[in-house]
Design a protein around this ligand. Structure first.
Ligand SMILES: [Zn+2]
Length: 285
């Protein structure tokens, strides 16, 4: 595996401080903008190979292909209801899910909108493509930047953190959203999180960066989107009451007083960091 040194893709600064380590990789925090990113990171070829095979090499090789997850569909159903409610897309609207995996989100969309959408999925991992096809979903492996069609809706769930340069990718991919169409982008918000309060594992080197709300919003605006609404949900990796990541002094207070209310308040503050941004494309370029 080839490792390359990189600078912050958001602000261009090369100054950073060590944040945490996992699986033989380091996460650094940009001294200037606060972006957390893996440095050095695998080469572009290694990253593309990882996305296609689901195998990510570090001290241990992570096999992250997995299988179709029904609980995930249930979770997406709840989230779609909260985000869209009665705000239903027009019949026969087209929807592209980039990085659709086994098709859990597409399945949840089908349930919510009763087959009224024309759904398409894009996924680099061939085993996941086969899995989604077996569920009757229209999924293909293609590079979004080489795709010529455009859609009323595009979703990007758990894709941002896998990109080497989300600013460039979103700039290239925005043409997939029709002018006036909507983008739904999901990623974590790491604003003010420390290595004690951030969700773990990081899944390095499959994930390459962890951004803050301000960075994601600014990137979307710069490439030509307006923000419609931001929703927060509990990070799926964090159980309701998680005292593992609670700093010692707070844990002491809580366990000492058995103050469940305090613990709930704390875990809500730090674990509801799964950010879903609904944005509309306003440029015509
Ligand atoms: Zn930066």
């Amino acid at each position: 595996m080839t490792l390359i040194n990189v600078i912050c893709y958001y602000c261009g600064s090369s100054r950073s401080s060590h944040f945490d380590s996992e699986n033989g990789f380091n996460i650094v925090k940009c001294d200037s903008c606060g972006l957390l990113y893996v440095n050095p990171r695998p080469s572009d070829d290694d990253i593309a190979n990882g996305a296609e095979t689901g195998l990510h090499k570090g001290e241990q090789t992570l096999d992250l292909t997995g299988t179709f997850n029904d609980e995930q569909v249930q979770r997406f159903n709840n989230i779609i209801n909260k985000i869209y409610g009665k705000n239903v897309p027009a019949e026969n609207s087209s929807w592209l899910d980039i990085g659709c995996g086994h098709g859990e989100f597409m399945t949840a969309l089908k349930v919510k909108f009763e087959n009224k959408l024309i759904l398409k999925g894009c996924e680099p991992n061939s085993a996941k493509v086969e899995s989604a096809l077996s569920k009757g979903l229209d999924v293909e492996a293609f590079y979004p930047e080489e795709h010529s069609e455009s859609y009323d809706y595009v979703s990007l769930l758990n894709v941002y953190s896998h990109l080497t340069n989300p600013l460039n990718s979103l700039n290239n991919w925005k043409k997939l959203v029709k002018p006036g169409g909507e983008l739904l982008l999901e990623t974590g918000d790491t604003t003010d999180l420390t290595k004690e309060t951030i969700a773990k594992p990081y899944y390095l080197p499959d994930h390459l960066s962890f951004a803050t709300k301000n960075i994601v919003i600014d990137i979307l605006k710069r490439v030509g989107f307006e923000i419609l609404k931001i929703h927060y949900f509990r990070h799926q990796g964090i159980p309701e009451l998680n005292i593992v990541n609670v700093p010692y002094d707070i844990k002491e207070t809580i366990t000492g007083k058995k103050n469940i209310k305090e613990l709930k308040k704390y875990t809500k503050k730090y674990s509801h960091r799964d950010m879903w941004v609904r944005a509309r494309r306003i440029d015509n370029g």
